[in-house]
Design a protein around this ligand. Structure first.
Ligand SMILES: [Zn+2]
Length: 290
C-alpha cells in the first residue's frame, strides 16, 4: 500500500503533500532489479512524481519528470497522473556507489549535477507545459524544490527519503512537499525549516511505522493542520499491445519493411514494466499494410 495525503496548514497559507511509498518503490526495485543507490535515487524521484501527479486537475493529465546529471545512473524518468500512480525507469539500474561520508546512499553522486531536471505536464492542450531547471545537488529533493521556486514561483521545501534494508529490499520510502501560498507570512518558512531540522530523517520515521498523518502532526499540529484527502496509489504501467503497435507504425514503412525482411520475429520490451511484446513476420506485414 502506498498513499498521498493532501493537507493545508496556517489557515491555508501552507499547502502540504505527504507520501508513504514504501511498497511502490519496492515494486520498482523488483521490476528493474535496482541496486541500493539506484533504489534510493529512483525511489525519491518516483515519490515526488507521485505527489506532483496529485496536483494535476484533469482526469487524463500526466506529468513526466526526467533528468540526466551525467552520473552513472544515466537517465531517470518518472511519469504520474492525478491518482498518484507512477511508472518509472533508469538507464543503468545496476549502477551503485559506496556510501558517502555521512554514511548515506550517495544519490547526489550517482545522479550528478551536470544536466537538467525537465518537467513536462500534458494537460490535454495543444502544447504541453514544459519547465526546465539546472540540477543543484542531484539529491532530487533540492532539485525539485528549486524547480518549484524558480519555474513555478511557489517557494517550496521538498523532503524525500528511501531506506534500503540489508537484504536490499525497500524498508521505507516517502516524501513531503511543503509550499508557501502567495501572501503567506515569511516567518512561516523559517519555522518550518527549523522544525524539519529537529525531527529524525523521514525514512527513519516511516521505518518506525509512523503514518503520514502522524508525521504531518509532528510538524504542524499547532498550525491549524487540515488533512482533507487521502489518495491510495501504486506502481502502474499503462502499456498495451496497441500502444506498441502504434510505436512500430511510427517507425515508418521503410523501417518496418526492413524488419520484415531481416527478422523472423521481433520482441519489444516496455521500459517501465519489462513486459515483452512479440511480433511475428506476418504481424509486421499487417502493420505495414495499415
Ligand atoms: Zn509497461
Amino acid at each position: 500500500m502506498a498513499y498521498i495525503l493532501r493537507a493545508t496548514a496556517a489557515n491555508g497559507d501552507i499547502r502540504l503533500f505527504a507520501a508513504i511509498t514504501t511498497d511502490m518503490v519496492e515494486e520498482a526495485r523488483r521490476i528493474h532489479n535496482l541496486s541500493p543507490t539506484a533504489s534510493a535515487a529512483l525511489g525519491r524521484f518516483m515519490t515526488v512524481a507521485s505527489m506532483m501527479g496529485t496536483m494535476l486537475k484533469g482526469e487524463r493529465d500526466t506529468i513526466t519528470l526526467s533528468l540526466n546529471g551525467g552520473g552513472s545512473i544515466g537517465n531517470m524518468v518518472a511519469v504520474s497522473n492525478p491518482k498518484g500512480n507512477v511508472k518509472a525507469y533508469v538507464s543503468n539500474p545496476g549502477a551503485d556507489l559506496p556510501l558517502n561520508e555521512k554514511g548515506k546512499l550517495d544519490v547526489g553522486r550517482i545522479v550528478g549535477v551536470n544536466g537538467f531536471l525537465n518537467v513536462v505536464k500534458d494537460l490535454g492542450l495543444k502544447e504541453p507545459y514544459v519547465g526546465q531547471v539546472p540540477l543543484r545537488t542531484g539529491e532530487i529533493g533540492d532539485d525539485i524544490a528549486y524547480y518549484f521556486t524558480v519555474s513555478e514561483q511557489v517557494p517550496s521545501a521538498v523532503v524525500l527519503g528511501v531506506l534500503v534494508d540489508t537484504d536490499i529490499s525497500i524498508k521505507a520510502a516517502g516524501g513531503l512537499i511543503i509550499q508557501m501560498m502567495p501572501g503567506a507570512n515569511e516567518f512561516l518558512a523559517d519555522i518550518i525549516t527549523f522544525r524539519l531540522q529537529e525531527i529524525p530523517p523521514l525514512s527513519t520515521l516511516i521505518a518506525e511505522g509512523k503514518s503520514g498523518e502522524e508525521i504531518l502532526n509532528m510538524l504542524f499540529d499547532d498550525m491549524d493542520l487540515k488533512i482533507y484527502e487521502k489518495i491510495d496509489c501504486r506502481y502502474e504501467c499503462d502499456c498495451s499491445r496497441e500502444r506498441v503497435e502504434r510505436a512500430l507504425i511510427a517507425l515508418g514503412k521503410e523501417e518496418l519493411q526492413r524488419l520484415h525482411d531481416e527478422e523472423e520475429s521481433i520482441q519489444l520490451e516496455c521500459h517501465f514494466c519489462d513486459k515483452k511484446y512479440k511480433f511475428t513476420k506476418e504481424e509486421i506485414k499487417k502493420l505495414i499494410d495499415k
